[in-house]
Design a protein. Sequence first.
Length: 368
Amino acid sequence: MSASLDELRTRIAAVDAALVELVASRLALAQEVGDAKRATGQPVRSFTTESEVLERFHRLAAAAGLDEHLGERIGHLLIGEAVRTQEVSLGPGAARGRRMLLVGGAGKIGRWFAEFFVGQGHAVTTLDPAGPVAGFPAATDFDTAVRAAEAVIITTPLAVGREVLARVLNLEPPGLVADAFSLKSHVLDLLQGAGTTSGLRVASIHPLFGPGVRTLSGRIVAVCDCGNAAAADDAAGLFADTALTITRLPVARHDEYMQYVLGLSHLVAILFFTTLARSGRSYTELSQVASTTFLKEARTAAEVSRESSSLYFEIQRLNRHSAELFALVRACLSEIEAGALTGDGARFAELMRQGRAYFPASLPAELG
């Protein structure tokens, strides 16, 4: 006699409980791995190890008669939780106890910086025209606060960033000054001029992730040298003893990279949702026949569409390399069009081959 529906559900619940226990055991082992990494000075994330783990889940899923992609999704989930567990074990970095002023702390990224620096043992004060930031002391006098701080981090919107940075630099503060702007073109002359001015300690930083991330491992903070290597070292030191990856580069090169990292990725998403919005087909209609690729692109484009339009506009407008990016995109689109609409399969295949050659065989998992 076959089991009843209630009996089957009871057995499933027992399997679920066993799965949770196994996950807990795995995370306990991950904690031990994190402790061992910290003791030997190794980073939290090893992309080589992660690739090996994902490959193992592929094999295990196939051997069990499951979809290999299911195995990969389980692997990604467990890797993400293991990384978060190991990051917690890092705790705050070596306490530095610096007096830090966040100019523009009321924004999302400003609040992230405030919480991050407090977690690193610093005393954080915020200064924002929008008013006090809940949970943090607020400065009342701009000039006094800037001169008193041991480090001033500017996290204002791009549109007012130049004005604020100039005001801070004119006060010739004794502490470190660093902007956290997504672009540097509109303040490049100020940063380079101040970077070589005696008595000023100026650097530029850029966290290449949003304020909502749960995991820092594998996340990148760009630290730009504006002409004062010691100031750049000081800025990089703000992120030492954390799971963040620090990339050093000259400030003049920053926006060359950002035309692709930000400009192109945003452009693709905006082009995707703008084309759909003007297609005459509703998302509900298209989603009924949606492919996996379409849904992936749609999720990314939808997230971008909900972001600040002013921020995304400024990223396209202010980068001095935007014109060359748009020219390259037009040229590439024309080539794709020529291959597809003229029936030139060889030409189209060559474009696909170039894509395969460009990317590595596997990319790091996005951990959220």
